[in-house]
Design a protein around this ligand. Sequence first.
Ligand code: TRP
Length: 362
Amino acid sequence: MAKIILTGDRPTGKLHVGHYVGSLRRRVELQNSGEFDEIYIMIADAQALTDNADNPEKVRENIIEVALDYLSCGLDPAKSTLFIQSQVPELTELTFYYMNLVTIARLQRNPTVKSEIQQRDFHNSIPVGFFTYPISQTADITAFDATVVPVGEDQEPMLEQAKEIVRRFNYIYGDTLVEPQILLPENKYCLRLPGTDGKAKMSKSLNNCIYLSDSSEEVRKKIMGMFTDPNHLRVEDPGQVEGNPVFIYLEAFSTEEHFKQFLPEYENLQALKDHYTRGGLGDVKVKKFLYAVMEDVLAPIRERRKEYEKDIPAVLEILKQGSIKAEAKAAATLHRVKQSMKINYFDDQDYLDAQAKKFAEE
Ligand code: TRP
């Protein structure tokens, strides 16, 4: 069976370093591994609209931001098909058929949808489109026969739901859809990078994100202002590394190579953590190291972004061509689905003959 990747992001803002360690970095590695037959990376604008119906401008403006983030991280349109969800109408049609295979009670149990509903203060006015987006996400995944879906931990319930729909579809209509596997980050610190303020999640509204598109100076300021151990007041004091965002970022970003290059007096992160825990290591020194590490990662991304920004029409053309290619693939799947459901009337000579015969005999 072909090895196929599908994943994507909602274009509701620029992507930040949490997206990078949680998913983007891995995608680029998978892309360059050469192990996959097809790779689809989707800008999920239709899903973004499920809770932004009154703000289409926000979604529209962020398409190009997300595309630039993708390309600058190293996603290569020669190897990965980058496309826009709304430009593949087959996804909507698949969603409509899958809706019959899911109960309201099942959707209500989806923990990600549950917590998102709470976060968004929908109260009793939850848009139906938002409530049902796990079904549409199943269409996204199955339309491309995806075998592997690299995503963050919050997407686990979506993949569970997708597998259930696939099994139910195949059980009722015969083997048609491919069951996807989730691929989570290997490093547990990458599952959910905290904000620079130490809050559990990076979020635009909390103003605690480091964006992939931030300038070197912005990154420096954000890192130097980061929350650390509030009880680590003097350099001599013992510090705590657990839950300390500076150390969590180091877990997610630093390599032994970085220590050799920028902080050779420590062999590795463990040695640095031990010193911090004992006392005698100041936050400023650790933050300066983190800045050097993050710059090592972010500077090449920033450079590539600058190049792509010089030719925005070319970036839009990449999305257009990707969307055309994606639509062809989704159309083939939809055709198969309709065949299995036996609603492909005009392609089905047996059906046409049988209907004609039925009335001729009466
Ligand atoms: N829900 C994903 C997010 O929050 C975006 C997305 C839409 C997606 N469809 C998908 C991810 C299919 C993986 C597979 O960013």
